[in-house]
Design a protein around this ligand. Structure first.
Ligand code: PRP
Ligand code: ADE
Length: 178
């Protein structure tokens, strides 16, 4: 059941206090990747959500770096392509970029100009939503590409940072909330 899959995923998330900076409680998803059943459960739960709510999706768009762990598995299940949004300076050819603030720093994300065609229906995926700065910047990038943004998906949503407000009007689907 979905409930037992969520429990399995939950069991494979660890918390590390004061990483990478004092005051940050870091949610570590590495144990999910180490356990095939837990990784399958994550993919199942995302797949169920997309088939039910966004069957028209054209592309899964994943965020550097941990969105790359879950996104391609989901895209393969759905039979659609996967696009990489990367930290600045990693992608060859013509690119589009957007700068943003992190819970613990500053960054800039980039996508290849020809990654998404105007009007394509995209779902963005990452491991975790904190302040929402990263996914917000990714949505801005998709807007520059004239993509049709169906929504954002994460394994973990940190509720107290209200990242979901920053993403509005785009929808957020999260497997687990802390
Ligand atoms: C983390 C996480 C999200 C982002 C969430 O990535 O994987 O991408 O922060 O934070 P926000 O909602 O406040 O923007 P990080 O920037 O640490 O980089 P990494 O994926 O390369 O480890
Ligand atoms: N990215 C931003 N905040 C984070 C947190 N608390 N745990 C893991 N990744 C993060």
């Amino acid at each position: 059941s979905s409930e037992s899959k969520l429990q399995l995923v939950h069991k494979h998330i660890r918390a590390f206090p004061d990483f990478p900076k004092k005051g940050i409680l870091f949610r570590d998803i590495c144990p999910i990747l180490k356990d095939p059943a837990a990784l399958t459960a994550v993919t199942d739960l995302f797949e169920e959500h997309v088939r039910k709510n966004h069957p028209q999706v054209d592309l899964i768009v994943g965020l550097d770096a941990r969105g790359f762990l879950f996104g391609p598995l989901l895209a393969q299940r759905l039979g659609v392509g996967f696009v990489l949004i990367r930290k600045i300076g990693k992608l060859p050819g013509s690119t589009v970029s957007v700068a943003y603030d992190l819970e613990y720093g500053k960054a800039e994300v980039e996508v290849q100009e020809d990654a998404v065609a105007p009007g394509q229906k995209v779902l963005l995926i990452d491991d975790l939503l904190a302040t929402g700065g990263t996914l917000y910047a990714a949505c801005e990038l998709m807007k520059k590409q004239q993509a049709d943004i169906l929504g954002c998906m994460v394994v973990i949503e940190l509720k107290e940072l209200n990242g979901v407000d920053k993403l509005k009007p785009h929808k957020l689907f999260s497997l687990l909330q802390y």
